[in-house]
Write a protein that binds this ligand. Structure first.
Ligand code: FES
Length: 148
């Protein structure tokens, strides 16, 4: 596929998640609630997750932000559901590497729609938008891990 076609496809995936966000809302009985904002623009996210044993059984998000931040939150919640804490944190590491434009090891994990965000690495001002939800997830799960 040409890079133009790929860009168009990626843009469509991002807009689909923005317009039809997956896992939007609040888990009333969630075991973790993380609020985080993007200091550069003030946009915010509230992430609620349910963790049972080592597994993230559910994740929802609420918030206000640009298409990149909201679509990234939608993709992140979709990706972490059903994953072990360790796997979700590894995914967060892979996503950080992707945003830094570094090589990442995708052998063990299927990135699915998340790959659509890789172009954000070329726009440094938008990286904080894309990583907002991921930082929230990482913070919550690291706290959960340290409490065990
Ligand atoms: Fe605020 Fe993207 S401009 S999160």
């Amino acid at each position: 596929m040409s890079s133009n076609h790929l860009d168009t496809l990626y843009r469509q995936v991002i807009m689909d998640h923005y317009k039809n966000p997956r896992n939007k809302g609040v888990l009333e009985d969630g075991s973790l609630t993380i609020n985080m904002n993007n200091p550069t623009c003030g946009d915010r996210i509230q992430l609620t997750m349910n963790v049972e044993g080592e597994v993230v059984t559910d994740a929802r998000f609420e918030g206000e932000g640009c298409s990149i931040s909201m679509s990234s939150a939608s993709m992140m919640t979709q990706a972490v559901k059903g994953k072990k804490i360790e796997e979700a944190l590894k995914l967060a590491d892979i996503f950080s590497s992707m945003m830094l434009g570094n090589d990442y090891d995708e052998e063990d994990i299927d990135l699915g729609d998340i790959e659509a965000l890789q172009g954000v690495a070329k726009f440094p001002a938008r990286i904080k938008c894309a990583t907002l939800a991921w930082k929230a997830m990482e913070k919550g799960l690291k706290e959960e891990e340290s409490e065990e």
